[in-house]
Design a binder for this molecule. Structure first.
Ligand code: HEC
Ligand code: HEC
Length: 422
């Protein structure tokens, strides 16, 4: 009898110790932290707002044409470069290179397309204010697609006339080679430039309209490429439902510790916040200039470019009313804080998109964390960061957390490759 009660007491004590230990293992989140986590959760991502500058943004036919154009290498000077050359679906729409390579080598690293329709500013320096305007830049860049808008208008007429007309209405007749040469456009190539200047302004506008519509179709496609929930999102969802079992299976204790640092002592959410883990603003974080490249002053130049962009929200090619363009009209265009400032990219799928930063300066997340732990002054002489004083273990925990943000793309598989009848 006595032995039995001792045994029973022992079992009860053991149960108490075990459950206490389990409770201590579970990190407790404060009310305030739970609000923060809910803001980072993909469930807080609102429906994609309409793009008033692009009336074709949500037209399914437009998206299908855009998908074809995205993967079509004929739209380049070499017949070998498409958007997908540098935005490969299997690499989360990046290219794995420090500096992207098209018909030449660029001076920046490719960025993911996933979820970027939410961003008011495109590119590391935000020099475009819509995805349709963004898409037109690589097409005319001498190091990316290397082609001209006249060449592209002929390609549309030769290969996509029916689809184009079903969306945008009648295509002009570009068959007169005197009025519409094979190659012409306002690009960095003297012959193409001269041919462009030789055209009448009415004819140039006819060509530019087709070019603009290509961008609007591509943007409609990109709007369908959205992030899928990751383990982190399962964790937060379970936390909000008080479902400790699912929380435990979604993230390990090291990953949770990394998350705590991310939103706490390391204060990464100062810039990487919201469900896409970016505030879409511009910050100088002291990232060094890449060897061999000139000083990149980032947003300082980017803001000038977007204000003067032929295709911005206030341009004749935009479908927006002036009042729809408040991002552009009220943009911060001056100040030291814009020097060498860049857009914090989304951290969703970040473990899959090495190397890192605007010119691929860091090969691994370990290098990124070492940078944040001891941020140097930027090449422009300042930066917004404070040293963090993290231990190696803590840095590893933050990296472990970043790995829980890989959820891939939320889009049907047929959108992630060239359509069959390209
Ligand atoms: C030669 C490689 C290359 C090609 C081809 C290319 N891109 Fe990019 N893309 C990049 C690089 C590099 C950046 C960042 C450039 C910068 O900030 O100056 C970028 C940035 C972007 C962004 C900005 C994302 C963001 O978060 O701001 C989008 C969107 C995009 N590209 C879409 C496209 C589309 C659409 C095409 C085809 C019309 C295309 N790209 C062709 C390399 C390329
Ligand atoms: C003051 C704003 C700010 C803070 C704080 C900040 N970041 Fe960033 N982050 C940025 C900016 C801006 C970039 C892009 C910089 C560049 O390319 O030069 C970036 C880029 C990154 C990248 C690389 C993204 C890519 O696609 O190449 C990672 C990873 C990253 N940050 C993680 C973190 C982590 C982890 C923390 C906390 C330790 C943190 N960031 C804190 C602004 C910030």
């Amino acid at each position: 009898m006595k032995l039995k009660s001792i045994l029973l007491l022992g079992i009860v004590l053991l149960a108490v110790v075990v459950s206490l230990w389990m409770i201590l293992q579970q990190p407790r989140w404060t009310e305030e932290e739970i609000i923060t986590l809910r803001n980072l959760w993909i469930g807080s991502l609102p429906a994609l707002p309409p793009d008033p500058s692009n009336v074709f943004a949500d037209d399914p036919q437009s998206a299908l044409l855009g998908q074809k154009l995205f993967f079509d290498t004929r739209f380049s000077s070499s017949n070998q470069v498409s958007c997908a050359t540098c935005h490969k679906p299997e690499l989360m729409f990046t290219d794995g290179l420090p500096l992207s390579i098209g018909v030449g080598t660029t001076d920046r690293k490719s960025m993911t397309i996933i979820g970027t329709a939410y961003s008011p500013w495109q590119f590391w320096d935000g020099r475009k204010d819509s995805q349709w305007a963004q898409a037109l830049a690589p097409l005319e860049s001498v190091v990316e697609h290397g082609g001209t808008r006249m060449q592209y208008a002929h390609l549309i007429a030769n290969h996509y006339q029916e689809e184009y007309e079903a969306i945008f209405g009648p295509l002009p007749d570009f068959s007169d080679p005197v009025r519409f040469p094979a190659i012409a456009g306002p690009v960095d190539d003297p012959d193409a430039q001269a041919a462009w200047e030789g055209m009448t302004s009415t004819d140039r506008d006819l060509v530019t309209q087709v070019f603009v519509n290509m961008g609007k179709a591509i943007a409609a496609y990109e709007r369908l490429i959205l992030p899928a929930p990751s383990r982190f999102d399962r964790y937060v969802e379970a936390l909000l439902k008080n479902d400790e079992q699912t929380m435990k299976s979604a993230m390990t204790s090291d990953e949770v510790a990394g998350l705590k640092l991310f939103i706490g002592r390391a204060d990464c959410i100062q810039c990487h916040n919201g469900p896409l883990l970016t505030n879409n603003d511009f910050h100088n974080t002291g990232v060094p200039t890449r060897a061999g490249l000139p000083l990149d002053n980032g947003r300082a130049m980017g803001v000038m470019k977007v204000l003067n962009d032929e295709f911005n929200c206030l341009s004749q090619w935009s479908d927006a009313e002036e009042m729809d363009c408040s991002e552009l009209r009220f943009v911060v265009s001056e100040g030291e804080q814009l020097e060498a400032a860049f857009k914090p990219s989304t951290l969703r799928n970040i473990a899959e998109t090495a190397p890192y930063m605007h010119a691929g300066q860091f090969a691994t997340l370990e290098e990124v964390l070492r940078h944040y732990n001891h941020p140097p002054l930027s090449p422009a002489g300042h930066n917004e960061l404070e040293p963090l004083g993290l231990t190696n273990r803590e840095m590893a925990q933050i990296i472990a957390f970043l790995n829980t943000l890989s959820g891939g793309v939320d889009a049907p598989p047929e959108l992630l490759k060239a359509p069959l009848n390209n």
